[in-house]
Ligand binder design. Sequence first.
Ligand SMILES: C[S@@+](CC[C@H](N)C(=O)[O-])C[C@H]1O[C@@H](n2cnc3c(N)ncnc32)[C@H](O)[C@@H]1O
Length: 295
Amino acid sequence: MKEDKASSTAYSVVHGILHTAKNPQLSHLVDDDTTEACTMILSASTEGRKRLAQLNSPMGSKLLPFLEWLLLPGITLNYVLRKKFIEEKVLEAISDSTIQVINIGAGFDTLAWRLSRRFPSVTFIEIDHPATSIEKTKALSKTSFSSPNLFFAAADLSKTSLESVLENCSGFDAKRKTLYICEGVLMYLDEVHVIEIFDAIKGLTGSGSLFVFSCMEPGKSDKNNVRPLLHLYLKLKNERYRWYIPDTAIKHFVDERRYSFMEMANSETYLQNYLPKGYKKTLHQGEYIVMAKAR
Ligand SMILES: C[S@@+](CC[C@H](N)C(=O)[O-])C[C@H]1O[C@@H](n2cnc3c(N)ncnc32)[C@H](O)[C@@H]1O
């Protein structure tokens, strides 16, 4: 990641969501609140406005599907589907008395922003690299709404521990039942930092803490449809993948960290749960979501 530039992949996620919202076959997957929040975030920066202009131009709107085909087939829709699954897990946890939601590497995700209004008694905390966090808070500060239960913490998690980030965040309360999200992030960290995050969560809010996170299958896995060119692209953006784990190994991995594996979702889950019957277009393969609970 470039130290002084907001994450390019964080922009790509929001860009992809708005692209999906424009597709008549799939627009029902993106609600108006999300579209509005994504547009607001992109409108606040030069890079974001460039992406909005692309979405609105006939030529530009063809570029994203082309890049997707070249690098990561099906990824645009995957952003929307994984977020739908994660939001369901967050809502289930809130209805089961979770009162703190912490999004690690939140990027330009809109869940905390939207749900903090709906659930004023739940604390939402977003953590991201300073270069991305600053763009996000700048965008949200332009709106008239401020949520007293929404907090932002800026930190490079390869240099600062999750414990010290949260212990210095005024909104954080170690006594609250907490769900942590780490979506589209762990693959950018070295395994040592991935393990530190698992350990930190246990140390911060203890057993019963919920953790929903995404993982990548190894590049050479036949469960992956990532194209080799993606790695060159990510290298140019300074956002290389560093951590992979096959889905067959994830239960053992979470068990070793003293978490109980609860559930996993992948493109098959999304196809069954969210897509119209007979949906035939290519879905992203390789990223999967895991829900686990600290023991
Ligand atoms: C692909 S984006 C995902 C954003 C968001 N979670 C989502 O799914 O919409 C990856 C995010 O990880 C964050 N990130 C990557 N490395 C990080 C680090 N070392 N410390 C903090 N954040 C990091 C980036 O800033 C970026 O927002």
